[in-house]
Design a binder for this molecule. Structure first.
Ligand code: GLU
Length: 544
């Protein structure tokens, strides 16, 4: 005998093409070895990728990689109004750029991979319908014909609130409609959503385990949440239960803003007869402002936008290594002990992921970047710099291609040694940092009080320039220093500074300022030889 609920389900889903049995056959359980985790990154294509998304994707990816499991990408495009064109393509390109390529995905313009497709929620509507039909047939869900109120953007949410507590049942006009009423509404062409018929009454508790936060107890769900919206697309809650189950997710890594929704998810999982899935609610990245800690904001913080790192020219390793640093406090001591290993060699358990909100610290981030750039070979550094210029600075890119050896040589000054110079943390700073290698300085770090001595040294130096080798170069500088009344022997100078105009280091500083504009620079002789004698003379002539 057919129950009323079964009759209602048939009426509502008469065009439904798939049965649960067919779906289960199409998506068999994954064959996993013990310990292997299946994780996913499931962004909504409603904007560009930000650091918060990346952090979460990075955790998911790392957990799967370390367990030898599967990491897949799912496009949660059920909010058609907020969908941004190409957002998913951009997200996928960024993931690839940072080598966190999913094992399974489906993205326009890229090859599709994986046996659990479609990985795009708007293409899975028949699947959701089949499960919604089952719930209606079992009396666990019902159609809701409440009219959308004119001008309200998010009506479904408002409905959820209004009918949220069991006491309000009598006020809910749709919860207990008869078959005849439903049929009349359907015939009249009234749009409807499918809502959960929650069994909660607000008194019960639910318990679950979060991998990071441990055992959590919460009030059970009592809301008749929307499962399928009137446009036929699922809500996040319903799609999460159906997709993560069918796609064989073993660990749901998602932002901790989803934690309050777990009781809703537990009820839906139970109603569908699904096994529960482990959760890892990741903390959100914060920023320090004075003594206060606040969440990184998409609107206020440039560090939140992944495009910032690409345009500023941070190597991809910096971002990935910094993610590791934020994810797990064991990473920094490991890095100190293993300065030359790749961050990919670092191993940790999901359990050890930092449970408190990590703080994004730009100085720390830059220090990590200096180390990473410092560890690059001259060729790696040069190639990474050239690639960055190609995307970000056409003029510079042309300059690099015209004089590759020259550029390689100056960015490599004082790098090719056991304790390399570590002063560059991104590629966009190179032009400014080494501006004297691209053209004459536009200002000189010299005080008015020293101007006369500075010019005297430069006037004299024109006769002493010798770049043939480092010893000859320095011997000539010493000879000139002596002739001008500067000390060449530092000990003698220290004992009796009054007897001299200064020491030979001062003379070198003046030459350095003339050539580079600065009091401090990498090795002066290397800079001068790279520029060549003509350019050095030209620069001195600009001053005296
Ligand atoms: N589409 C959801 C979001 O962007 C995914 C949450 C999850 O990972 O389950 O917040």
């Amino acid at each position: 005998m057919q129950t009323v609920e079964e009759k209602i389900a048939k009426l509502l889903f008469k065009d439904n093409k798939l049965t649960i049995a067919e779906i289960e056959k199409k998506y068999p359980k994954r064959k996993l070895k013990p310990g292997q985790e299946v994780t996913r990154f499931a962004p909504s294509p409603t904007g560009y990728m930000h650091l918060g998304n990346f952090f979460q994707a990075y955790i998911s990816y790392t957990v799967a990689r370390m367990s030898g499991g599967v990491f897949y990408l799912r496009n949660e495009d059920t909010d058609q109004k907020r969908k941004v064109e190409n957002a998913m393509e951009i997200i996928f390109s960024i993931m690839k750029q940072y080598d966190i390529t999913p094992n399974e995905y489906e993205v326009k313009g890229f090859e599709t991979k994986g046996a659990y497709a479609p990985y795009i929620q708007s293409e899975r509507t028949e699947i959701y319908k089949a499960y919604a039909k089952k719930l209606v047939a079992e009396g666990k869900a019902f159609p809701c014909f409440c009219k959308k109120t004119e001008g309200l953007e998010d009506v479904e949410k408002k409905r959820e609130k209004k009918f949220s507590v069991r006491d309000n049942t009598e006020k809910d006009p749709c919860r207990n409609l008869t078959y005849e009423q439903i049929e009349a509404n359907v015939k009249a062409g009234k749009p409807y959503s499918i809502r959960l018929k929650s069994k909660g009454n607000g008194d019960g508790r639910v318990e679950f385990e979060d991998v990071l936060k441990g055992k959590i107890e919460m009030e059970e769900n009592a809301k008749d949440v929307v499962l399928l919206k009137s446009d036929g697309l699922p809500t996040y809650h319903f799609a999460h239960a159906v997709d993560d189950t069918l796609m064989g997710t073993t660990l749901v890594v998602r932002g901790e803003e989803w934690l309050p929704s777990v009781p809703v998810h537990i009820e839906i999982f139970n109603d569908l007869g699904f096994d529960r899935i482990k959760y890892l609610h990741n903390p959100l990245i914060c920023k320090k402002e004075g003594n206060l800690k606040r969440k990184l904001s998409k609107r206020k913080d440039k560090e939140m936008d992944m495009r910032y790192y690409a345009s500023a020219g941070y190597p991809k390793e910096t971002i990935c290594e910094y993610m590791m640093f934020l994810i797990n406090s064991g990473f920094e001591p490991w890095r100190l002990k293993n300065p030359t290993l790749s961050y990919l060699d670092y191993k940790f358990e999901p359990l050890n992921i930092t449970a408190t909100s990590p703080v994004f610290d730009i100085d720390k981030f830059n220090d990590i970047s200096k180390e990473i750039i410092g560890r690059m070979s001259a060729d790696e550094f040069f190639e990474a710099y050239r690639n960055w210029a190609k995307e970000n600075d056409k003029q510079l890119y042309d300059f690099i291609n015209k004089k590759p050896e020259y550029v390689k040589a100056f960015i490599n000054i004082e790098r090719d040694k056991p304790q390399p110079r570590k002063d560059i943390f991104n590629f966009s700073m190179i032009h400014n940092y080494y501006n004297y290698m691209f053209g004459a300085p536009d200002k000189y770090e010299i005080d008015d009080a020293e101007r006369r001595k500075f010019e005297e040294v430069l006037r004299a130096y024109k006769k002493y320039i010798d770049l043939s080798d480092k010893t000859a170069w320095f011997d000539k500088i010493k000879e000139m220093a002596s002739a001008l009344g500067y000390a060449v022997d530092n000990k003698a100078y220290k004992q009796n500074p009054e007897a001299y105009k200064g020491n030979v280091a001062k003379v070198c500083e003046y030459i350095r300022i003339a050539v580079t504009g600065r009091r401090i620079s990498p090795d002066l002789y290397s800079i001068m030889t790279l520029l060549g004698e003509d350019k050095v003379r030209e620069r001195i002539s600009l001053i005296v």
